[in-house]
Design a protein around this ligand. Sequence first.
Ligand SMILES: Cc1ncc(COP(=O)(O)O)c(C=O)c1O
Length: 467
Amino acid sequence: MLWIPIDRSSDISLIRQVYQQIRERILNGELQFGEKLPSTRELSSELKVSRNVILEAYDQLLAEGFLVSRRGSGTFVAEGTYLEQNKMATTLYSLNWGEDKNKCDTIIDFRSGIPALDLFPRKTWAKLSHTIWNETSPSMFGYDIPEGRLELREVLSRYLLKTRGVFCHPEQIVITSGAVQALTLVSKLLLSSGDEVIMEDPITNDIQTIFKSSGASLYPIPVDNNGINTSLLPLNKNPKFIFLTPSHQFPLGGTLPIQRRIQLINYSRKLDCYLVEDDYDSEFRYEGPPVSSLQGLEPERVLYIGSFSKILSPALRMGYLILPPALFEKCRRLKWLSDLHTPSLDQLILAQFIAEGYLERHIMKMKKIYKKRRDFLIHQLESIFSNKINIFGYSTGLHLIVEFDRFPFTKEAFEEIQRLGVKVYPVEDHTIEKGKHDNRIILGYGHLTKEEIREGVSRLHRAISCI
Ligand SMILES: Cc1ncc(COP(=O)(O)O)c(C=O)c1O
């Protein structure tokens, strides 16, 4: 007899449960072509459900072609209904999502670039959303223009001029789904197979992947404590652009001084190539005055990328790309090809959030909180590891770098650290030329409380003492 476990407390109807389980067994070959199914009367009495439940489940399977019925002799599995289980499905089933969740609860994760998610300004966002969703005109619920809502682009151009020294007209801005989409658009806009990009090294691994996916090769320039080392720029190259994180180098944390900025601009003029500036989190600058953008020095040669992932939340998927006018129309078409446009109502909420001054107030509030977390992390690291470490790259953003004295972080070392309940990240993951940063780790702290930071550093110390 066919045994089908029935869950009477489930939200899924009994018919659906019977249907799904038989369907699955046919697809994975447990029930094979030609096999006879029990009669509806037999199965209903076996499973203690009404005969109608079985009749409807069988009808559905007959209609979809999984079963055939032969008058007078019963219901059988139809031919051609076995589907070999592919690897992806097996991997998905073998991943234990529940267990993973529990692990995350106990592991202290120093992942970089995660803001304090519990401090998202929910009430204000909800209030603005409520008004916009209720009061906006019906036309807002239709398709929109690829470059994004003018309300947001206007407020953004004013905000960026005031806070980051970015010079642009709203007509140069394309609203994107986070910085990642802006980077993908840049890649499609400027790169083809065989092209070369000059990159900071180390630099976010995902960004390397995006540019390489257009068939480009990466020419690495080492980064020091002040960002890209401009004295190493090659003269015999023909790059499409130079990619930079000048306000806050990722991951090493330096800020590019004006002399190097000027050298870069002169270099790009000479080679007639673009500069791509990724300004992903420099609003959180704790030491000294805010640094102005590179874009403000050479607006017609710099493509400027920004994001709301760190200052608000990565879940919003909201970012922007500012282009020299000559590139705008092509980029607009690429954005249209990619996803038509970023959700219009979310753009309106964000525009209102900035226009009414909430964004600046939120940044001011979070800066104080993040500074306290950063100072506490530095204090914990110094008091536990004393002179065995060197901490740097902490003047801006949501992470810092710890360099250990003669301690190479091997794969085994990271596994041991994680086994003791703390997760830290190798700088080496983001290098183009391997082997130069293997005693350095990245510690993100924006999302961690003081208690988590204290416990995390103590676990890290225990793990390193054991290795
Ligand atoms: C340097 C850099 N730029 C951009 C991003 C991506 O940001 P977004 O969430 O806006 O796509 C990241 C992600 O952390 C990053 O490290």
